[in-house]
Design a protein around this ligand. Structure first.
Ligand code: HAM
Length: 421
């Protein structure tokens, strides 16, 4: 073997990378738990039948699929939502809705590699299943923002752009577009900012969207405020009512400062039906940090009962870059509480017993795997950011007195074996 790098787009986590990943996972778990979401998980491998959709989405072309030895068509999941839908449908008779579910799962997409997009990522998901009210959108976004705040980010760094597919449908209602045509419009609009307007125009023409619709579409997505949208909508507009309600709930949740109405947000997945949102970095030119929305038809389209759902996905790649750009990545390793070294083989047993006692008390402790000279040992203790260092030599063995060196304060405390934690 000549090349020791992982396959292109796949990721190794060396301890320093793993530490950052753990830091992000902890923030996600913290937020999910304090908002009362319950964690779930599913296999990374799913049946291709569950994952394939016809909507012309980018994600469908990015699936890693394969046949197993029994010729089953399988795939690595590209997102968690189909697995969630499968699990809900499987038990839909026995579950009490609404459910608030959270997950952190590894996803694979054969993606064109750019900054913030890899072929493997971990994705945090929050979903509320079985709730019509826009309290669900508010709750999902608020919990997501809490996880970002846990990493030290604030409204100075993150903006949540709020759009609505329903609003777009209402604004285009005069054209009587089919579901397929509407989906084609969403998929093309999702590319806005990533490709030129001419390119989007071309995509829409290829999808047989009439010229007048394309023109209106471009006019509509240049609407800059909810008030402006209101002037084009009938009084009984359901989309407007939902958005206003959502913005009102967001005030009481204390998250309004993060939100911005942005009609051009439509998202690139076929299943969204209502309010959609994307969390973006305010300053840096990064890819979307998290995204989601309401998807009221996915479960029924897979053969389950009709259940209104809202959810979001938040990957670990962009947030790592954002934290790095904002200099908010966690500092050096947290450090071990105790580190123990010893001079020779005779001292090993005493050192190992001391380590076993300390670990039983729940404190972390690393004991040398072979004898070391004191100088080497204290250098290592420093490198490992150990809080306390104990070195066992013949004197300690004979007297039973152990010197615990507090590495930060450079202070020594002498204790007997029984007095160790
Ligand atoms: P998505 O927009 O495809 O939505 O992905 C959500 C997030 O996952 C993105 O904003 C990004 O943070 C991360 N992500 C996606 N692809 C990659 C990649 N190739 N490399 C790194 N990060 C990536 C969904 O997946 C929906 N299933 C979310 C959802 C849950 N909607 C409802 N419930």
């Amino acid at each position: 073997m000549e090349n020791f790098a992982p396959p292109r787009g796949m990721r190794d986590f060396y301890p320093e990378d793993y530490r950052i990943r753990e830091y992000i996972f902890n923030a996600w778990e913290y937020a999910a738990k304090i908002y009362g979401f319950e964690f779930w998980d599913a296999p990374v491998v799913e049946s291709m039948e569950l994952l394939e959709r016809k909507a012309g989405e980018e994600i469908s072309e990015q699936i890693y699929s394969f046949e197993d030895k029994s010729k089953r068509r399988l795939a690595l999941r590209a997102e968690l939502t189909p697995s969630l839908a499968r699990m809900i449908i499987n038990r839909q008779g026995g579950l009490s809705f609404p459910l608030k579910w959270a997950s952190i799962g590894q996803c694979f997409r054969y993606e064109r590699m750019t900054r913030g997009r890899k072929r493997e990522h971990y994705q945090f998901n929050l979903d509320i299943i079985g709730e019509e009210s826009t309290t669900a959108e508010t709750e999902v976004i608020a919990a997501t923002l809490t996880s970002l705040e846990k990493t030290g980010l604030s409204e100075k760094e993150i903006r949540v752009h709020i759009g609505s597919r329903k609003l777009l449908v209402e604004l285009l209602s005069e054209f009587k577009l089919s579901e397929a045509q509407l989906t084609a419009c969403y998929m093309a609009l999702d590319k806005k900012g990533k490709v030129s307007d001419e390119e989007i125009n071309k995509i829409l023409k290829n999808e047989n969207i009439p010229e007048e619709v394309i023109n209106k579409l471009f006019r509509v997505i240049s609407i800059s405020s909810l008030e402006e949208a209101e002037s084009y909508l009938p009084e009984n507009s359901e989309a407007l009512k939902e958005l206003k309600e959502f913005f009102k709930f967001s005030e009481s949740y204390g998250i309004s400062k993060y939100l911005k109405f942005d009609i051009s947000i439509v998202r690139g997945l076929g299943y969204y039906t209502g309010i959609v949102f994307e969390g973006k970095a305010v300053k840096s030119n990064l890819r979307t940090v998290f995204g989601g929305g309401r998807y009221n038809n996915l479960l029924s389209s897979l053969g389950g009962r009709e259940l209104p759902c809202v959810g979001m996905g938040f990957g670990d790649v962009v947030i790592m870059e954002l934290l790095s750009d904002c200099r908010k990545l966690p500092g050096q390793r947290h450090g071990i509480e105790y580190i123990i070294g010893y001079m020779n083989a005779d001292c090993a047993e005493f050192a190992q017993k001391a380590a076993a006692k300390i670990r039983k008390s729940g404190k972390s402790c690393s004991v040398g795997l072979k004898p070391e000279k004191p100088k080497q040992f204290f250098k290592k203790a420093d490198r490992n950011n150990a809080h306390n260092a104990i070195y066992i030599g013949p004197d300690e063995l004979e007297s039973g007195k152990i010197t615990i060196k507090n590495m930060k304060k450079s202070e020594d405390t002498i204790k007997s074996f029984a007095e160790l934690p």
